[in-house]
Design a binder for this molecule. Sequence first.
Ligand code: GDP
Ligand code: MG
Length: 494
Amino acid sequence: MKLDRFIRVAIAVVILLVFIVATGALLFISESALNVWDRLRAGPAFLLYTYVGIMMLLALTALWLIWRLVIRRKIAPEKKVSAVPLSKDDIEARLREAEAVGVDVSEAQAELKELAARKDAVHLCFFGEVSAGKSSLIRAMVPEANVVVDVVGGSTDDVRHYRWRDASGAEILLTDVPGIGGHEDGLTDVAVDEARRANVVLFVCDSDLTRSEVSSIKALLEFDKPLVIVLNKADRYSAEEQASLMQQLLERVDSIGGDLDSGHVVAVSAGGEIDVIERSADGEETAARRTRPADIGVLVVAINRLLAEEGASLDTRRERAVFRMAAARLAEAEGEYRLQRSEQVIRSSTRKAIIGALAAISPGTDILIQGYIGTAMTQQLCKLYGAAPRDLDIEEFLSLSQSRVGRALPLSLAVAGNGLKAFPGLGTVAGGLVHAVAYGLIFDALGRSLVLTLSKHGELLPDVAAKEFEEGISEHLEAGVRRVAKMALAEKKG
Ligand SMILES: Nc1nc2c(ncn2[C@@H]2O[C@H](COP(=O)(O)OP(=O)(O)O)[C@@H](O)[C@H]2O)c(=O)[nH]1
Ligand SMILES: [Mg+2]
């Protein structure tokens, strides 16, 4: 009670003092202001205007500085989703930049090399579900190629190219890819990538489109290259059925935004092979393999017409698709690089926190989180994810996180104590070690939560980041305990 009263009196005295000083200052300022004003008015007009001008300039500068420092939030560089297509120079510059930082750009570079290697030949990629008849079609176009055809469901397990000549005599490469919807994982990616590397995509189907075929076509349309829909196995349909199927195909593609010329939907029979049982005159049965007659004339005509019409645009459109693919590969590699680097940053900060806690007699998380290690870790992770927060944001984030840590500390200590029990031969675990693991855990959790937040939002929003830290903390603590306990034991021994 006594202390309380003393504080109140002290505050009253301070208020009185502030009042006296403020009044004095007001009197002094207005006195000198009026003084200056009078003199200025007495003097020449230009002096008055210059003076007022300078005062306003100073006031504006001060306002601008305050705005910059306190109000403005630095916007993280917009992730470029520009409509302007990537040029060769753009993508090469990006690759150089990334390589200089240490990103593994080999996959992206390989795509550019592949593009250069394909420059001289037009590539037609056959795309479609397993057993639609892609391999049979190629065999019908290039009989000497002798593509293996299997009844069971797609025999082509990797990409193959076959030479063909168009009407002008130019060499064209036909690409056979694994069927989409096959059983082996990852095959679809192979096929999709191959479609991006091609100049023209021939989508092969053998009936009305299934839902997955429609979504494949939707994805293919985004590559922006000439597309031909080939309705195969026409021998199974009557002329009317064929006509209505082709109409349906056109409508379906139209409904997903594909602007398909009616000349780009054709019905053919690749032929393929069929196993038959032959009975001879004496009644003996033998299994034989027969080739169905092929009828692919309309497809060849459509391809020739398309190649003649498109001309040089085939190459620019392929280039664009490959540049975009290379950019996507680069983005993946950058993501990978960030993950690895952030792991290093988190580990080294966690180690420092552990060392700090082991050295301190009575460690406090506040010094840890809001001190040098926390600031350095936050800065490094933000930089890695291209976020450019103001120092104030980092400070705010750390102080908001600090209050969350206060609540999570008992949990962290419990998790640390439990985690250490898993290491045999430690005996009774000393309190200092438990504390060190607990603080290390908190750093580990802070770093991991920050990485998730940054990759989600692309910038450091202090309140959001602190909230996400709080939400995920118990999960992060549990996930990190073995790793951090090991680290602490190593430090203690070391
Ligand atoms: N009826 C009929 N069957 C065909 C035709 N073309 C291919 N097939 C059969 O369809 C099955 C799959 O053919 P395939 O070329 O291996 O398909 P892929 O998986 O797309 O390469 C095989 O049994 C072929 O005999 C055709 O024009 N008519
Ligand atoms: Mg095949």
